[in-house]
Structure formats: structure tokens, C-alpha cells
Write a protein that binds this ligand. Structure first.
Ligand code: NAP
Length: 239
């Protein structure tokens, strides 16, 4: 199965892995719909692409916006969502608003996207959602990240059963140098994290957006891959 002439929606296309996926899908010949909350970052992604594309501003955590977005985009073949809102720290210190943002990005947004887009996806199409390694490797301060990533993986599997033959998969990245994702740590702590990960992971490096984009294209185009969580983490499970 190829992406030439297929319509691919990327929610989160304005940065990091989503930007990498949008560019790779475009290079593979897809018509790409770039979605996210900030027009300027989506337009910056569009400038790195040559093929047919649409830029659509979308807050995927608002159901009415997702419904209108799906109506406007119409029939499509594949949808990828990298939507994420970071929340870190011991549970007792977390404000409810930050917990709610993390739920909205990793749980409500995928639910709304599947609910409103599934009647418009082609039968050989796919949804690919991004979870993360904290689902299976928690640390102090990751309770909500672990919860939403694990929940997203369970939802993806359940919907792969419910929507078959449409395929749904989750990709679980390890530590990826994707731009701003780790900025909240500050430069020094980020470099320490990257060095520690590279030292321990069997791949001996952190991931790149190209690694994750290649895995996403594989998930989109392999017709026998569904209901699975693809760990793309340099072997972190063995650390
Ligand atoms: N990078 C890593 O090391 C790593 C590790 C484990 C898991 N992951 C997961 O991999 C995925 C991609 O990560 P990344 O590094 O590319 O992160 P990123 O650059 O922060 O990408 C997240 C994207 O989601 C968009 N977004 C956030 N809330 C949204 C909303 N309500 N509606 C629409 N778009 C929204 C953001 O754009 P706007 O703010 O402009 O909307 C942004 O483009 C995420 O799900 C992340 O949790 C990454």
C-alpha cells in the first residue's frame, strides 16, 4: 500500500515528530492536511513541503472543533495524531488544570478524532496515535503521563477491534530529540537526559524525528498491522 495520492491528516503537524511525519508523507506523494492550534507553526511546516497540502487550525481537545474539522476535510485515508500536553511532578503537587490538559490531549482528542472521522475514513485507512515509553516505564513524577499514554494504548486496541477493517495503531517513542518537547527541563537537564539515554539504550543514541516518521509511514502503509503498540525507542525496554 502506497501513500501516492492518498489524503493524510497530521494533527500536531506544527512541530517535532508531527512535522517530520507530514514532510515524509508529502515526500511519499500524499495530500497532507496539517492540523494544530497555531497557524504560524503549521505554515512553517508547509514551507518545508512541496506536494498538495491544506493548513487547518484545530484544537483537537474541543469536540465541536473536531466535528467541524472532519466535516471540512471530508473523505480521507490516514490520520496521525501526535497531540500532547506535558505534565510532570509528584501527584500531590499537580494542579487539576494541568492534569486536565494532559487528559484532553492524549485521551479526549483521540476519542473526538475517532468519533468524528471514522465515518469518513477509507476502509483500508488507518489511525496512528502517539503514546510514549512512560506507559510501561514509570518514574517518580510521571503518574499522569503514564496514565494517559497507557489509556491511549488501550483505547487504540479497543477501537482496532470496533472499527475493523480500518486499522488503528499506537507508536510509543523513547526519548526523541524532536525540538521543543524536552525544553521544559532546561538545557542542562535535557542534555544530561539525552546523554544518559544514549549511554543506556542499545541503539546508543536518542531518537530523531526521521526515525519516528519512518515508523509512522510503516504503520500507515502495512495492511497487516493493527491493534498494536509499536515501540520505537532504541531498545529502551531492555535498559
Ligand atoms: N519527544 C519525545 O522524546 C517523546 C517521548 C515520548 C513520547 N512522545 C510523544 O510523541 C508525540 C510527539 O512528540 P513531539 O516530541 O513531537 O512533541 P511536540 O513537538 O510537543 O508535539 C505535540 C504537538 O501537539 C500539538 N497540540 C497540542 N495540543 C493540541 C491540541 N489541543 N490540538 C491540536 N494540536 C495540539 C502541538 O501544537 P500546538 O501547540 O501548536 O497545537 C504540537 O505540535 C507526543 O504525543 C509525545 O507525548 C514524545
Amino acid at each position: 500500500m502506497q501513500l501516492e495520492g492518498r489524503k493524510v491528516i497530521v494533527v500536531g503537524a506544527g512541530s517535532g515528530i508531527g512535522r517530520g511525519v507530514a514532510i515524509a508523507a508529502s515526500e511519499a506523494g500524499a495530500h497532507v492536511v496539517l492540523a494544530g492550534r497555531k497557524r504560524e507553526t503549521l505554515e512553517a511546516t508547509s514551507e518545508l513541503m512541496k506536494g498538495p497540502l491544506e493548513v487547518r487550525v484545530l484544537d483537537a481537545s474541543v469536540e465541536a472543533e473536531v466535528a467541524a474539522f472532519c466535516e471540512a476535510v471530508g473523505p480521507f485515508d490516514h490520520l496521525v495524531s501526535t497531540v500532547s500536553q506535558g505534565v510532570a511532578g509528584p501527584l500531590t503537587g499537580l494542579g487539576f488544570a494541568s492534569i486536565e490538559r494532559a487528559f484532553a490531549a492524549k485521551l479526549w482528542a483521540p476519542i473526538y478524532l475517532v468519533k468524528h472521522a471514522s465515518s469518513r475514513i477509507s476502509p483500508d485507512g488507518s489511525f496512528t496515535f502517539f503514546s510514549g515509553f512512560r506507559a510501561w516505564k514509570p518514574a517518580v513524577g510521571t503518574s499522569i503521563t503514564s496514565l494517559v499514554n497507557g489509556g491511549l494504548e488501550a483505547f487504540t486496541k479497543a477501537m482496532a477491534v470496533e472499527l475493523a477493517p480500518v486499522r488503528l495503531n499506537a507508536i510509543s517513542p523513547g526519548v526523541v530529540d524532536s525540538g521543543s518537547f524536552w525544553d521544559r527541563l532546561g538545557a542542562e537537564a535535557r542534555e544530561r537526559l539525552f546523554a544518559d539515554y544514549a549511554n543506556k539504550a542499545p541503539a546508543r543514541r536518542v531518537g530523531t524525528t526521521a526515525d519516528l516518521a519512518a515508523a509512522t509511514l510503516f504503520a500507515m502503509t502495512n495492511p497487516f498491522l493493527t491493534g498494536t503498540v509499536l515501540s520505537v525507542d532504541g531498545g529502551a525496554v531492555l535498559m
